[in-house]
Design a binder for this molecule. Sequence first.
Ligand code: NAI
Ligand code: MG
Length: 344
Amino acid sequence: MAGGSKTGRIEATLIPGDGIGPEIVEAMNIVLDALGSPFLWDVQQGGLAAIETTGDPLPQATLDSIRRTRLALKGPLTTPVGGGFRSVNVRLRETFHLYANIRPVRTIVPGGRYDDIDLVLIRENLEGLYVGFEHYVPIGDDPHGVAIASAVNTKAGARRILKFAFDYALQNGRKKVTVVHKANVLKAVTGIFLEVGREVAKDYEGRVAMDDRIVDACAMQLVLNPWQFDVLVTTNLFGDILSDLMAGLIGGLGLAPGANIGESAAIFEAVHGSAPDIAGKGVANPIALLLAAGLMLDHVGRQDLAARLRGAIDRTVNVDKIRTGDLGGTASTHAFAAAVAKRV
Ligand code: NAI
Ligand code: MG
């Protein structure tokens, strides 16, 4: 945990990012100023914006800033699909050993497909297929004739994330951790995760319950009856997929925040991307980034401010009925932020 006192300012790195990033970061600043946030931003570049000015999507100055502050809030970064540079998000996770990705999903707008959703997905963030051990083997004159990838899961990595999930459950008053895997088919590479899960669960017996699910069945059950779950913990790729599914349960990516936690730094972000289709139009929903700032306030021990922030978002959306287009409203990003600022 980063240190935070009731009066002290806390220096933190801010990366506005690409696409709708600068717009939702501006909205976030309006709200956090009104809230009296303790964060003192060191604004740094990342993503396409950084390539244009420095030639590197993750410039040294940005890395140095995070190394110093150990705390960052980032807007979405555009990553080319297939070729092009390696995902900046993955590089950040690796550089700062951000092994735990926490993605809470909570109903904010009642009356959607599902009500009263309150789930947390904890995703292993460094191992599995995302280690990037992949290559092509040319066949004849096709350079992409065969693609080969290796997944790497370690007992140490599994133990670290599983302990994190159970501790998270304890600290946040949660009752159950579901370990998600595919140990019936990927017996070694995901079996190891379940094996360690059963071991770790023993240390929490009587305090936090444990069960497990095979990932495909889990996906179906999340859609049929999400209320049976509480905290879910899983390997990198499954976590990536299930967390987007879970964001869908509460009405989409515009409402889902994420935290990337490691021993030497913590980086907070919205789960959604740079939304190039609506960038520059002033219509993006800033709630996910605001909730990410809320997780960051929790992280530095300012749960009081985080609770006020979440309450203000809730009242703006549900009492004032001020919403952006993705939630069926007509408010601009700026108008929505101004309304939340009034409520905090
Ligand atoms: P996306 O999340 O940017 O957009 C998907 C859909 O959701 C779009 O229709 C978009 O308009 C909408 N949407 C997303 N955020 C919204 C918001 N705050 N308010 C209203 N609508 C919103 O996903 P997409 O299009 O697959 O990716 C675009 C770029 O973002 C890609 O380059 C991708 O690599 C990058 N990306 C970056 C992430 C990050 O930096 N953490 C995470 C996911 C994608
Ligand atoms: Mg993803």
